[in-house]
Design a protein around this ligand. Sequence first.
Ligand code: BTN
Length: 243
Amino acid sequence: AIHRLRVLEETDSTNARLLAEAPRSGFDVLFAETQTAGRGRRGRSWHSPKGAHLYMSLGYVYAGNLSQLPPLALAVGLACAQAVTELTALPVRLKWPNDLYLDGRKLGGILIETQPLGNGQVHVVVGIGLNVRMPAEAAAMIDQPWSDLQSAATIVDRNRLAAQILDSLVTTLYKFASDGFAAFRADFERHDLLLNREVDIHDASGVQRARARGVDANGALLVEMAGDGVLRPLHAGEVSIRL
Ligand code: BTN
């Protein structure tokens, strides 16, 4: 259950702030109106204009197997997509491994960070950034195609959205803890932006062309390599995928 919920006017990063604090029992939730050092994946920054979007993190202590954690981002993405669709009826899609998409452009992202606690347990912080109403001056700072809810839906109340996401997220975290990613795989494929599309795989050795074929039971992206047609599992963190 949620044991604490705070809303700050400003913080450096809701993820960083929770990670710097001693973890509490239960779920610890932190929202901020703005972040001065919002973090994205791959060391990028997450521009966080005040009062415009949703910036939130949820922390908890995890005692399970670390190898189960990578596909958590996919389940969290589904929780967010379902919450948004419930409120707006918009068809939100997921771009493996951690992006929310709307109309082919990025609507939000998920950043899961962990901190070992030294007793076999880990502090897990699930961060979510979701574009609600992009201010014109903020749009200029973003280096990739973006979407927001306000351009696509009737006006969305940020408080209702926050509540819906939290609700959906808590249910998802319990289900993930008991049944693992397997319980989400079919639903993920229904939301999979990349499914059966041609993608570029960027990794340390360069770029390769392939066709995305869904995810496996561990949440690895399955790709069919151009040329030999071999199906290969890709792990988040080792590659980046572009359409
Ligand atoms: C990405 O797409 O790169 C992930 C973006 C995650 C942004 C959210 S905003 C709330 C939380 N606090 C952070 O510093 N980052 C995440």
